[in-house]
Design a binder for this molecule. Structure first.
Ligand code: NAD
Length: 475
């Protein structure tokens, strides 16, 4: 069945004014599942003007009612989980069970944004002149331009919709054109729940011209992006030139430090699951496995067994545990990283090659003897490849763990309380997983350090990036 994924503007779906569109591919087959409409510059002018009207209407809705509306949208999404999860699997490739979790998690974010809207509270500070006071008021920042990726197309967009709409902003979201269906489904749930139609736009098209256009538009007050560090730098520079604030959730290259005191088999089971979920296309995913020499052999043997046992296939098949990579670019990138490591002397303990010649499948891969200069130890792999690296000295392993420009996620496995404290304190990362996997739940803020980002998403702070403060001094 082929679908048309149109622009969603002011509550209506429509093609772009030039009629331009691109096919959307199912990564399990490489075949088209429909076409996505591209917005032209003319469309963008109209979309920005609509959003500027939308924010005037939506910010006038009380925070209490905005909260009710976002909660209703979450319920609508949950009621439709099966259909939405299927469209997510078809466009992104992940196994259906993982797609269902993503839809549920997206609903949780919308609900959480709504709950926090109900807790918006301005502050009154006594003034220095007797009887005077200062009000510190939260105001919606304005129209938000949001750029979201293809790995968790719905969940990563839900954080931005929840924060922006909860705060009373209008949002223009440009998801990846490779995964249009799930964000459109979420936006429709928001509209059905009663969000002002003009306050939501979902658009697709050529990423560069769209981001240039939106960031330069005077009506757009805030830029939020989830994706790669190079694109994040580009967007932050463009926004900085206009003195527009940004929220940047960028890439990572998560070190895992597995200490000799843990059960190696148990740690390998947990970490193999974390590594191969979503075919490794997760910014929080463990990607450099430093294992203490005393347990390295046992850990590696179990990790390899887990990688080999994984059932790779079409995400629509209930037996599938790992789906394809999301697009042909990832297949090329992973192939290049593994070939580079092999050429430099790495041994392939599992996988190491494409699976079949249809779709974008790559085998769960484990590498050993990877030299420091291999590209995979410096570039975010964003795929199902695990390099296992031995260590004996804690200072040295910390130096390596902290030695890159990334600062998103990291992991520590140890039952020694002092060592746990020492390592978590020393890791220069915004997120640390201790003795377990990492996922982002709405109730806790999360963001990257160093080049991995600016700002956080989620938590009681979820609305902060979408508010600006007005200081009113009353005598
Ligand atoms: P890319 O760097 O071309 O794009 C990254 C994302 O940014 C995509 O979603 C893309 O649609 C979007 N994008 C590209 N140019 C843009 C622009 N000018 N304005 C706005 N958005 C733009 O690479 P890619 O091949 O799509 O992804 C590869 C790398 O991206 C991965 O290796 C990973 O490092 C990173 N990535 C990170 C996340 C994350 O969750 N942090 C998600 C997806 C991709």
């Amino acid at each position: 069945m082929s679908s048309e994924f149109y622009l969603l503007v002011n509550g209506s779906s429509r093609p772009g004014s030039t009629g331009e569109s691109e096919p959307v591919l199912n990564p399990a087959t490489g075949e088209s599942i429909g076409r996505v409409a591209y917005a032209s510059a003319e469309d963008l002018d109209e979309i920005v003007a609509t959003a500027a009207r939308g924010i005037r209407e939506w910010r006038a809705v009380t925070p209490w009612e905005r909260g009710r509306t976002l909660k209703r949208a979450a319920d609508i999404l949950r009621a439709d989980v099966e259909a939405v999860a299927r469209s997510l699997t078809l466009e992104q490739g992940k196994p259906l069970g993982q797609a269902r979790i993503e839809v549920e998690r997206s609903a949780d974010f919308l609900e959480w944004g709504g709950e926090q809207a109900r807790r918006i509270a301005d502050r009154v500070v006594p003034g220095r002149v007797p009887g005077s006071r200062i009000e510190v008021q939260n105001h919606p920042i304005g129209v938000v331009a949001a750029f979201t990726p293809w790995n968790f197309p719905m969940a990563l967009a839900s954080k931005k919709f929840a924060g922006a709409l909860g705060a009373g902003c209008a949002i223009i979201c440009k998801p990846s054109q490779e995964t249009p269906a799930s964000v459109l489904a979420m936006a429709r749930a928001l509209l059905e729940a009663g969000v002002t139609p003009a306050a939501i736009a979902v658009i697709f098209g050529h990423a560069g011209p769209i981001s240039d256009h939106l960031i330069a538009a005077p009506e757009v007050a805030k830029v939020t992006f989830t994706g790669s560090i190079p694109i994040g730098k580009r967007l932050a520079a463009a926004a900085g030139a206009m003195i527009k604030p940004v929220t940047m959730e960028l890439g990572g290259h998560a070190p895992v430090i597995v200490c000799g005191d843990v059960d190696p088999e148990q740690a390998a089971d947990v970490l193999a699951r974390a590594k191969f979920t979503n075919a490794g296309q997760i910014c929080l995913c463990p990607s450099r496995f430093f294992v203490e020499e005393s347990i390295r052999e046992r850990f590696t043997a179990r990790f390899v067994a887990q990688a080999r046992a994984l059932r790779v296939g079409d995400g629509m098949d209930p037996a599938t545990q790992m789906g394809p990579l999301a697009n042909a670019r990832r297949l090329e990138a992973i192939t290049r990283l593994v070939e580079d490591a092999k050429e430099r002397g790495a041994s392939v303990l599992a996988g190491g090659e494409r699976v079949g010649n249809r779709g974008f499948f790559y085998a769960p891969t484990v590498l050993a003897d990877v030299p420091d200069e291999a590209a995979i130890l410096h570039e975010e792999p964003f795929g199902p490849v695990a390099p296992i690296l031995p260590f004996t000295d804690e200072t040295e392993v910390l130096e390596k763990a902290n030695g890159l420009e990334f600062g998103l996620a990291s992991y520590v496995f140890t039952n020694d309380a002092r060592r746990q404290r020492r390592l978590t304190d020393a890791l220069e990362y915004g997120v640390v997983g201790v003795n377990g996997p990492l996922t982002h739940y709405p109730e806790a803020a999360l963001g990257g350090w160093k080049e991995s980002g600016i700002d956080t998403e989620g938590g009681i702070e979820i609305l902060d990036p979408y508010h600006r403060i007005k200081h009113v001094n009353i005598y």
